[in-house]
Design a protein around this ligand. Structure first.
Ligand SMILES: [Zn+2]
Length: 116
């Protein structure tokens, strides 16, 4: 008595070579039956769905990481522009910009504006 083989996977495989389109049925033996149709492990609709959800989750996490990185880049650029705009002879304003992250308001008075 021989063991009965499952039907062939029903998935249609499509590939393109230039403008030519080739289509054939998956050659693997069916592993699981879904709604009366047989699929191999790769084309099992539930496995396909699980892979897609894992992919979507990974992309969602990567999107959050990218947004955080972009926000950090913008902040770094803002600091850079602030420092670039500072005058080299304004150490107090430079300190405020570096430590407090505020716009410099300690620019040294220009000659003629000094308080009495
Ligand atoms: Zn298959």
């Amino acid at each position: 008595m021989s063991k009965q083989k499952n039907p062939q996977c029903r998935e249609r495989i499509v590939r393109y070579e230039g403008l030519a389109r080739y289509e054939h049925q998956c050659t693997r033996q069916g592993k699981v039956e879904r709604d009366g149709k047989w699929y191999c492990g790769q084309h099992d609709p539930e496995a396909v769905r699980a892979r897609r959800e894992a992919w979507d989750d990974a992309w969602s996490k990567q999107r959050v990481i990218n947004q955080q990185q972009q926000a950090e880049d913008r902040a770094a650029k803002a600091i850079y522009l602030r420092l670039k705009a500072l005058r080299a002879d304004d150490p107090v304003g430079l300190f405020d910009a570096l430590v407090k992250g505020v716009e410099p308001d300690h620019a040294p008075p220009t000659k003629g504006e000094e308080k009495p």
